[in-house]
Design a protein around this ligand. Structure first.
Ligand code: TTP
Ligand code: MG
Ligand code: MG
Length: 454
């Protein structure tokens, strides 16, 4: 049924109504069914499935919901006269009130505002309710903060009987109805642009950035739109005469990397709308992993093993930094035709050692190197625990003990002289072959403890 529906409406001049969800069969400015002007139309509307959803003026919206008298008044949420603004409703924003502004300044700009102290417990509760609604749409929900998340709705058409765009519009309406606050939706083909899109027409926004328009759209935007370009870095770029993303698009990767190091690589890729980070669900957040997508598909152990080693080191570094260890090693492979293979092995004790993670991963990988070409390789650990039970001195495997000691020594050297100072046999000199295609953007989820999430 969906195929017929999509075929008939998959046209840039058509689309659907965001209020009543009726499909539009012509290019009228208002819904042919309910008269609403809130129509979603886009050439790629029915193809895209990566979304970012963010609540509008979240704390303020919750307070307005709970006190309807405030509905049409300026509301500021924040901590007392000497505090700062957590957020302000959109009415107060018209007057110039912004998050993180000192409260006295905010009240200078908008003296008539009602100021409310934050009720975190309530906001966390509402945030959880919204997250539960998201999780009913897809298992691939990656919360980013109390009021926002990425969702990957790929492959859910059958389940919902409609394409992701319609599911999202329906979701936004359901949040308004059931929770009593509004959200903005960004729909695109990658995380970077989905997030940009959700911020584009707030509040109650629904913005689509398709692949075809990405480069042209980005060209016109300031560099600050790029993740990781904060005030300080924007000032560095401005010093070099770079203010717009279009300028970055005209620069070579080598030049950007020479000037700005690994950040240069990010500038190169994101300015061109290249971002293949996938959405990691809450379940993954209970693991620590690293993965990379190759520029060309790889099949041979000679190519895959050094990548595995480098990723195992990365996972180990994160575990050590966070003071945790994992007991199950998980190998992830994506084949040329996008099929995902995951293989697990449980260890006798939790580990945080690169060597153990690597060697276990290697055993799992050996069985999978049968000539199949892979486009992605990842390694991680789950069953996380604190380090006290991790890597006990191993009486039987004296070699393992030696390796643990050697790794401790390597870590100490790296602490002193930097990561690059000490390369191991597996990674040394292999950089040109099996190295991750994007060494600084191949990260799986950062370590996330379930209790850190709201
Ligand atoms: P945001 O989503 O950044 O902001 P918002 O929801 O208030 O407004 P927008 O419509 O632009 O998304 O942050 C979510 C909540 O986090 C926000 O309601 C309050 C809190 N917060 C702070 O406490 N301090 C801050 O500096 C920011 C940015 C947010
Ligand atoms: Mg928000
Ligand atoms: Mg937010």
């Amino acid at each position: 049924m969906f195929a017929v529906m999509a075929a008939s409406v998959n046209d840039p001049s058509q689309g659907f109504c965001r209020d009543c969800l009726a499909l539009q069969r012509d290019s009228q400015p208002r819904c042919t069914q309910c008269g609403s002007p809130r129509l979603a139309r886009h050439a790629e509307l029915y193809r895209l499935h990566l979304a970012h959803i963010d609540c509008d003026a979240f704390y303020a919206a919750v307070e307005k919901r709970d006190n309807p008298e405030l509905r049409d008044k300026p509301v500021i949420i924040g901590g007392g006269k000497r505090g700062v603004v957590s957020t302000a409703c959109y009415i107060a924003r018209i007057k110039g009130v912004r998050s993180a502004m000192p409260m006295f300044k905010a009240l200078e700009a908008c003296p008539e505002a009602t100021v409310i102290k934050p009720d975190m417990e309530k906001y966390v509760r509402v945030g959880r309710e919204i997250r539960a609604m998201m999780q009913a749409l897809t298992p691939l929900v990656e919360p980013i903060s109390i009021d926002e998340a990425f969702l990957d709705l790929g492959g859910t058409e059958r389940l919902h009987g409609k394409p992701p765009a319609l599911v999202l519009a329906n979701f936004a309406a359901a949040v308004e109805r059931e929770i009593g606050i509004t959200v903005s939706v960004g729909l695109s083909y990658c995380k970077f642009l989905a997030k940009v899109a959700s911020d584009f027409r707030k509040p109650r926004g629904f913005s689509v950035i398709g692949e075809a328009e990405a480069v042209g759209f980005l060209a016109e935007q300031p560099v600050t739109l790029i993740w990781g370009v904060g005030k300080a870095f924007a000032a560095t770029l401005a010093n070099d005469g770079i203010r717009m993303i279009g300028q970055l698009q005209r620069m070579e990767r080598d030049e950007l990397m020479r000037r700005y190091g690994t950040m240069g690589n990010r500038l190169y890729r994101l300015s061109r709308g290249q971002d293949d980070r996938s959405v990691h669900s809450d379940h993954d957040a209970k693991s620590v992993s690293a993965e990379t997508t190759f520029d060309t598909d790889l099949a041979s152990p000679a190519d895959l093993v050094p990548v595995l080693r480098a990723l195992a080191e990365k996972v180990s570094a994160r575990l050590k930094k966070s003071g945790i260890a994992g007991r199950t090693v998980v190998l992830k492979l994506k084949t040329q035709d996008f099929k995902i293979r995951t293989r697990n092995r449980q260890l006798a004790d939790p580990t945080r050692l690169a060597d153990r993670i690597f060697l276990t991963g290697l055993q799992l990988l050996e069985k999978e190197t049968d000539g199949t070409k892979y486009r992605l390789l990842g390694i991680g650990v789950s069953d996380l625990s604190s380090v006290d039970k991790a890597d006990p001195p191993d009486l039987i495997d004296v070699q393992a003990r030696k390796r643990a000691l050697a790794e401790g020594a390597i870590d100490a050297l790296r602490d002193k002289f930097g990561r690059k100072a000490v390369e191991t046999g597996y990674t040394f000199g292999k950089g040109h072959r099996g190295r991750p295609a994007r060494p600084d953007e191949d990260e799986g989820p950062e370590v996330q403890h379930p209790w850190e999430r709201n």
